[in-house]
Design a binder for this molecule. Structure first.
Ligand code: SF4
Ligand code: SF4
Length: 61
């Protein structure tokens, strides 16, 4: 079971996670990143986590 947490306080809405995710789980909604895709599609590549310049994303297995 994958859990994706986005810290809204840290997110600067840069869109890096949107571009990084190979299964398009993220969207920018009202200037903040949001998981709008199916979390179960996550392939645990952690590209979002490592790409985020604000350290706002935490992936937990
Ligand atoms: S770990 Fe990979 S597949 Fe999962 S949300 Fe992040 S970028 Fe997308
Ligand atoms: S990469 Fe990080 S800071 Fe940029 S939109 Fe995604 S969560 Fe927000």
């Amino acid at each position: 079971m994958v859990k994706i947490e986005i810290d809204n306080e840290k997110c600067i809405g840069c869109g890096a996670c949107v571009n990084a995710c190979p299964v398009s789980l993220y969207e920018i909604v009202d200037g903040k990143s949001k998981v709008t895709g199916n979390v179960n599609d996550c392939v645990l590549c952690r590209a979002c986590e490592t790409t985020c310049p604000a350290g706002a994303i935490t992936i937990t297995e």
